[in-house]
Design a protein around this ligand. Structure first.
Ligand code: AMP
Ligand code: ZN
Length: 299
């Protein structure tokens, strides 16, 4: 046990009551108790949705070609999971499934597992035509997959992400992000969560990726809201505030009404991590949670 880390058995009993392990590491069945809080969080976040927001709920899979075009493949190939199927005649498939190494016969389909909820939004918005002067705001959510290399508490392979996404001018996007960085801290306080907001970078692939991550930090493109989960010294990212500049608009030719390249940004909530942080902070007995927190979660 490292200094400042929460004892393993405490974490064990926490997860045992909330998440039932499966043979897939970082993949869990969620108990009714856990889901009650997830539902509360979902409603709580919805209550803070801004006017004129378009709500979309995505399935856990998305178009492989769209994810490629968004640049994910080269930035995070180590985290990506694809959907593969057995193809061919009935006779071929019948023969393949009899083999112990049948999985070697899987071939890629047009689908991948969504690594973040906002990726399908940009191609969709590109289909709407130029972005109106007032900007476009989306509320999106999906189950996400990341092929994580470690599976400590709070690091799932399959988890739920909710996001607000802004497309518009650089000024609008930055204002949206700043607004949410403040609001998110107020929300964390209303949930009784100890927290801080800190600059962050994404886990870009390989040696080249480290340079990209450094430049992301230098340009203040990403911040995270951190909450102690398994360690006080190394709190866990439960929300992120991202400014993509023109990354997605270049990939998808997104422009504003006056022809300028659009900028985009998103605010992401890791629902499973937020729920775990709530249980870690307030305990497993909802009856003992602060009344104000329960009220905010509509429990
Ligand atoms: P990101 O796109 O990495 O900023 O992720 C957005 C949010 O999703 C993070 O702030 C986390 O709360 C959550 N998240 C990211 N990766 C995981 C994971 N492996 N397991 C659970 N939640 C995650
Ligand atoms: Zn996003």
């Amino acid at each position: 046990m490292l200094m400042g880390h929460i004892p393993e058995d405490e974490l064990d009993s926490l997860t045992r009551s909330l998440l039932l392990p499966s043979p897939g590491r970082g993949v869990y069945a969620r108990t009714a108790l856990f889901e009650q809080v997830i539902e509360g969080l979902t409603t709580f976040i919805s209550r803070h949705r801004e006017p004129e927001t378009q709500v979309l709920r995505f399935p856990p899979v998305m178009s492989r070609s769209e994810l490629e075009r968004s640049g994910y493949l080269h930035s995070f190939p180590h985290l990506l999971g694809g959907v593969s199927c057995l193809k061919g005649s009935e006779a071929k498939i019948r023969a393949v499934v009899e083999q112990p190494d049948w999985a070697n016969e899987l071939s890629a389909t047009e689908l991948v597992l969504s690594p973040a909820a906002c990726y399908p939004v940009y191609p969709l918005a590109a289909g709407y035509g130029p972005i109106p002067a007032s900007g476009l705001l989306f509320d999106v959510a999906s189950d996400c997959f990341r092929h994580e290399s470690t599976h400590e508490i709070g690091r799932f392979q399959s988890f739920r992400m909710r996001e607000f996404v802004w497309l518009g001018t650089p000024g609008q996007v930055l204002e949206f992000r700043t607004r949410w960085m403040f609001l998110a801290q107020r929300l964390a306080k209303q949930l009784g969560l100890e927290h801080r907001v800190a600059p962050a970078s994404d886990p870009f692939f390989g040696r080249g990726g480290r340079l990209v991550a450094m430049s992301q930090l230098e340009q203040s493109l990403k911040f995270e809201l951190l909450v102690p989960l398994s360690s006080k010294e190394e709190p866990t990212a439960c929300m992120s505030f991202n400014y993509h500049r023109d990354h997605f608009s270049s990939a998808w030719n997104l422009s504003t009404e006056n022809g300028d390249k659009a900028h985009t940004g998103c605010v992401a909530f890791g629902l499973d991590r937020l729920a775990l942080a709530l249980f870690k902070t307030h305990g497993l007995d909802l009856g003992k949670w602060p009344t104000a927190v329960l009220e905010n979660l509509s429990i």
